[in-house]
Design a protein around this ligand. Structure first.
Ligand code: PLP
Length: 463
């Protein structure tokens, strides 16, 4: 095998040896990852290459133990560090499915939905409506109606929401429970597309408008302001912005009280980053919650406020480390002294993060995870797009067509952001635990992709 670029050492935790596999945030692989006697990678005691054979590839694999452990890490950290009431609310945009909803609901978390589709999934997946919040910067009347009819709390993002809700609430005896979202004016270091807390953002009221909105709502018998919400962004490793956020939210609570409201909840949003590559060093769930909780307690004490219910909305840090994607290696293109492209049977349609955010990932071979790398390749997908690159500079042992390749930490913003670009069907997803793999999302078939096309009669039978 000709190597065209220098070979890097494998960044895999088990190859490095002695890495603690007990915290999902500290590691690249799901919690229940191990290697069997034949040297093959397993997750949830299921051999990954066997899953690839049984369910086909690309395949999303979700480790139930990792997901449950992350849920309980949030729950327990809130109980440990926050003396008032609290609730962790899963941001289902990270990965929305009936099975994930059911797991998260059974762990006692709430859920944040941003569309009718996510809301229906949450309700059907068994999430109690009183633990659901509906977000969105341009909710439709139908989406708001679905939330209101089911007793879901609506996070009001703008005046348009208020106008639509006012119409929907006519004739209702019970007021609609609302949370007000505003931009806290906090900058943090993350990709500009996933930064939401700075003032120039499409989400939430400008802080200068808050007084006017709260004054208006104080005169609306149909509305009950249950809480205030601000979110600063996603994939954030710094904790300092959360200290500022607590102060900003506590000030908003003082304002709301002065204007006649009695909100019980302060919601700090999500945003905790995870480890995609060995050099990433995010805080642990416990460390993040500790800072958030202590900052909230301090901010409330300084203002003589009774402790509100503290809500947070983690998405990525709950599901990303629980997921891996399996691909089958196919073609190869070698350009001497320049590059080696190895192609797999998926790419930007099942994982749009690299092309959208230049995100980095870690990958290895399913049956030889610790094998010495002999070349450095560019791992590409099968889409008709030069930018369809999953991983740059990937150190790999020699591969053959048919080898199963594993990309780690794909549990968030992969399945939920998947598209049918090039009319490629979306992958299946399986939930693994204790040696059992259950299908939780069926693989699309190419013929199903034609379901929503309509061919006008006059264009039929041409040719
Ligand atoms: N809450 C809100 C309002 C969001 O916009 C997001 C995502 O950006 C989240 C929660 C989840 O963020 P993360 O997945 O980074 O935890």
């Amino acid at each position: 095998m000709v190597s065209t670029s220098p070979v890097a050492t494998s960044p895999l935790p088990w190859a490095a040896g002695g890495v603690d596999l007990s915290s999902p945030n500290r590691n690249l692989a799901p919690l229940s990852t191990d290697i069997d006697a034949e040297g093959r990678l397993r997750v949830g005691e299921c051999v990954l290459s066997e899953l690839a054979q049984r369910f086909g590839t690309p395949l999303y694999v979700i480790d139930e133990r990792s997901l449950r452990q992350a849920c309980s890490a949030y729950r327990e950290a809130l109980e440990r560090h926050y003396p008032g009431p609290s609730l962790a609310v899963y941001a289902s945009k990270a990965n929305s499915s009936l099975a994930i909803t059911a797991v998260v609901a059974s762990e006692g978390l709430g859920l944040d939905a941003v569309s009718a589709g996510e809301l229906l999934t949450a309700l059907e997946g068994g999430m109690p409506p009183e633990r659901i919040v509906l977000h969105g910067n341009n909710k439709s009347s139908e989406e708001l109606a679905l939330a209101v009819q089911n007793g879901v709390t609506v996070v009001v993002d703008n005046w348009h929401d208020i106008t639509l809700l006012q119409e929907l609430a006519q004739g209702r005896t019970e007021p609609v429970a609302l949370m007000l979202r505003f931009t806290p004016g906090i900058e943090c270091h993350t990709h500009e597309y996933i930064r939401t807390g700075h003032l120039d953002s499409k989400f939430g009221f400008d802080p200068d408008q808050l007084e006017q909105v709260l004054t208006h709502l104080a005169g609306c018998r149909w509305a009950r302001v249950q809480g205030l919400h601000a979110h600063i962004g996603s994939q954030i490793f710094e904790v300092e912005p959360h200290r500022d956020l607590a102060a900003v939210l506590a000030d908003a609570l003082v304002l709301a009280r002065r204007l006649g409201h009695d909100p019980s909840d302060l919601n700090v949003g999500g945003g905790l980053g995870i480890r995609y590559v060995a050099s990433d060093d995010p805080p642990s769930i416990d460390g993040w919650v500790q800072v958030v909780a202590e900052a909230m307690v301090a901010a409330c004490r300084e203002r003589n406020l009774e402790l509100p219910r503290l809500l947070c909305e983690p998405g990525r840090s709950l599901v990303a480390p629980a997921g891996v994607t399996l691909y089958t290696v196919g073609s190869r293109k070698q350009i001497p002294d320049l590059n080696t492209y190895v192609a797999v049977d998926g790419g930007m349609s099942d994982n749009p993060r690299p092309i959208t955010y230049q995100s980095e990932y870690t990958a290895c071979l399913a049956d030889r995870p610790g094998a010495e790398a002999t070349e450095t390749v560019t791992l590409v997908g099968k889409h008709c797009e030069s930018g369809d690159v999953l991983l740059k500079q990937l150190p790999l042992p020699a591969t053959e067509p048919g080898d199963v390749l594993v990309v780690l930490a794909t549990g968030a913003y992969n399945a939920s952001m998947a598209s049918n670009y090039n009319r490629i069907p979306k992958p299946a997803a399986v939930l693994v635990a204790d040696g059992c793999a259950e299908l939780v999302q069926r693989r699309e078939r190419p013929d199903e992709l034609l379901r929503y096309d309509v061919l006008p009669e006059r264009l039929r039978s041409v040719g």
